[in-house]
Design a protein around this ligand. Structure first.
Ligand code: E4P
Length: 221
């Protein structure tokens, strides 16, 4: 399973990219607003520190303006994935950009039917929002299960399931068990994956016991 980072905080992206665990980045207008960054300055900087797909979302909702924005964003770097909403106009933009060789991430997917449309429109990624579905009392992971199963029935489809709106490690683990291609993780969710109290406890014991031996691995023999 590939890990994308779901943030527009450049320092977080740079720090997490250094872990070697980051395969891409997703941003959206809300994350840009929260970061206070200038979108057109930020995206090229992200593309410099992360070589995998970097999702940059269009701001318009009509076809012509989304196309103009998408074309402009796609010229920023080779690893840009233009993010478009799952609307009739958004999917038309998806088809056009995808046919021109641009990666497209179709966002705001909340049903298996929408995911089928995104795949037919040539999306590189479809982004089902699991956390937002859970928030409404629905089961976000059931949607991931359905989309993964449907896409598997059609091996010629190249669209990857990008699990979005992840809230924590359990979402990541469940998505991986279902075989989703990608999860986009808020930085806190990625950091939480490292943690287990028995790891901390075990490491403290190993450090203490090693100190008792008085040895150093780096001492020349
Ligand atoms: C990523 O592509 C999505 O925009 C993001 O995961 C949405 O997350 P949220 O539901 O926490 O805003």
């Amino acid at each position: 399973m590939k890990f994308f980072i779901d943030t527009a905080d450049f320092n977080e992206i740079r720090d997490l990219a250094a872990t070697g665990l980051v395969d891409g980045v997703t941003t959206n207008p809300s994350l840009i607003a929260k970061s206070g960054a200038q979108f057109l300055d930020l995206i090229p900087r992200i593309c410099e520190v992360v070589s995998g797909p970097v999702s940059a979302e269009v701001a318009a909702t009509d076809f012509d303006t989304m196309m103009a924005e998408g074309r402009k964003l796609s010229k920023i770097a080779k690893n840009i994935a233009v993010k478009v909403p799952l609307t009739p106009a958004g999917l038309k933009v998806c088809r056009t950009l995808s046919d021109a060789g641009t990666m497209v991430n179709v966002t705001l997917c909340f049903s298996a039917g929408q995911a089928i449309l995104a795949a037919k429109a040539g999306a590189t990624f479809v982004s089902p929002f699991v956390g937002r579905l859970d928030d409404t009392g629905q089961d976000g992971m059931e949607l991931i299960h359905d989309i993964v199963q449907i896409y598997r029935n059609y091996p010629a489809l190249k669209t990857e399931v990008l699990v979005a709106s992840i809230r924590g490690p359990q979402h990541v683990i469940q998505a991986a068990k279902l075989g989703a291609h990608v999860g986009t993780l808020p930085p806190a969710a990625l950091r939480a994956l490292y943690s287990h109290p028995l790891t901390d406890k075990g490491l403290s014991a190993f450090v203490a016991d090693w100190a008792k031996t008085g040895q150093s691995i780096l001492t020349e023999q």
